[in-house]
Write a protein that binds this ligand. Structure first.
Ligand code: KG4
Ligand code: ZN
Length: 338
């Protein structure tokens, strides 16, 4: 029997990246176009939603055209259009979603509404061809921090999430307080390379719940330290602060993931979301997973942060299972995982 190749056009616009991609059979990347707005938002110290929406409107069609051209294809060869419909900034989501719905309607292709965070998890299927569920995912992005059991391609169970700040949000807020540019995560990681991670001991909240996180106490402890030192005129070694803060957050993420590996008995662990680009997190979690008898898979660096390849990959597995979305699908800014 001859099996036909399946081509998915993926579209992503949930925050400050306008992205489109074409993926073949869920695992082969034919194109990956990302138009980042980081420079635009940097001068405001964070993403300004209204500006993000306007930039997405300018960029969305050229980015989609480019993704089709780079893949050497056109809409007639596309089997379905996958698009992020939440969570994210509502105005930003609506731009990608409206474009996807218009293309799906005009070209008479199925529409696949994708949960952005599931997309982040699926980025790992593109990194490692042999990776299959069941697996445990640590999702660490700018807006979310969660442990997710992926039983099958379309079946997820949320084990626990953060009670307050997301890991990426804590990185961004501390970076901003230190006077570092947005996004703060990569800046803190760079600065921490020159620092001593044992210089300060910043506390992380101990919660009764085994899989829940809390980073607001850690964030306040770092801000209080910097504030008191500045008021007292004490010299601050920012590299030490960055390294100690990073160590505290990584330890908390790794400890909870280790408990989940132990309790679930899962042998495959994946990292997902922008913070998964952090090499200290990758190394620490890989070591711990190994000790627990599991294997860690991380997305390649371009697939750690927001992109449309992961959305197309997620869409492929939805299409295979016959899951499609109606053309009146609306943006869902607070869409939940699991
Ligand atoms: O997944 P993502 O691109 O967007 C959301 O869906 O939120 O994640 C962005 C987050 C930001 O908070 C950014 O500071 C963080 O990922 N991030 C990092 C690193 N690279 C990006 N955090 C720590 N270390 C990094 N190397
Ligand atoms: Zn993301």
């Amino acid at each position: 029997m001859v099996t036909r190749d399946v081509y998915i056009l993926g579209i992503e616009s949930s925050c400050d990246e306008t992205a489109a991609a074409v993926v073949k059979n869920g695992r082969t990347v034919l194109s990956n176009v990302i138009s980042s707005q980081v420079d635009v938002h940097q001068k405001f110290g964070g993403v300004v939603p209204e500006i993000a929406s306007r930039k997405h409107i300018e960029n969305i069609m050229p980015v989609i055209d480019r993704a089709l051209r780079d893949a050497n294809t056109d809409l007639s060869n596309i089997d379905a259009v996958a698009v992020t419909y939440g969570p994210g900034l509502v105005g930003a989501l609506l731009v990608g979603l409206s474009a996807a719905k218009a293309i799906a309607f005009a070209a008479d292709k199925p529409l696949l509404g994708v949960t952005h965070l599931e997309g982040h998890v699926f980025a790992n299927f593109l990194t490692d061809e042999k990776l299959t569920p069941p697996l445990l995912a640590l999702v660490v992005s700018g807006g979310h921090t969660a442990l997710l059991k992926v039983m099958d391609y379309n079946s997820f169970e949320l084990l626990g999430q953060t009670r307050d700040d997301a890991a990426g949000e804590a990185f961004d807020k501390i970076a901003r307080f230190m006077g570092l540019p947005y996004p703060g995560g990569p800046e803190i990681e760079k600065l921490a390379l020159r620092g001593n991670e044992e210089a300060m001991e910043f506390p992380v909240a101990r919660l009764d719940s085994p899989y829940e996180f809390s980073f607001s106490g850690l964030k306040s402890a770092v801000i209080n330290y910097l504030h008191s030192a500045r008021q007292a005129g004490r010299e601050i070694n920012l590299a030490d602060v960055a390294a100690s803060f990073q160590r505290a957050i990584v330890d908390a993420l790794v400890q909870k993931t280790a408990t989940a590996i132990f309790d679930t008995g899962l042998k495959e662990v994946v990292l997902a979301g922008g913070v998964s680009a952090n090499s200290v997190l990758q190394t620490s979690l890989a070591e711990t997973a190994k000790i627990c008898g599991a294997r860690l898979v991380c997305p390649t660096s371009i697939l750690c942060t927001d992109n449309a390849v992961m959305i197309a990959c997620r869409g492929y597995f939805m299409l295979q299972a016959g899951i499609k979305s109606p053309l009146d699908l609306n943006a869902s800014p607070s869409l939940k995982l699991g």
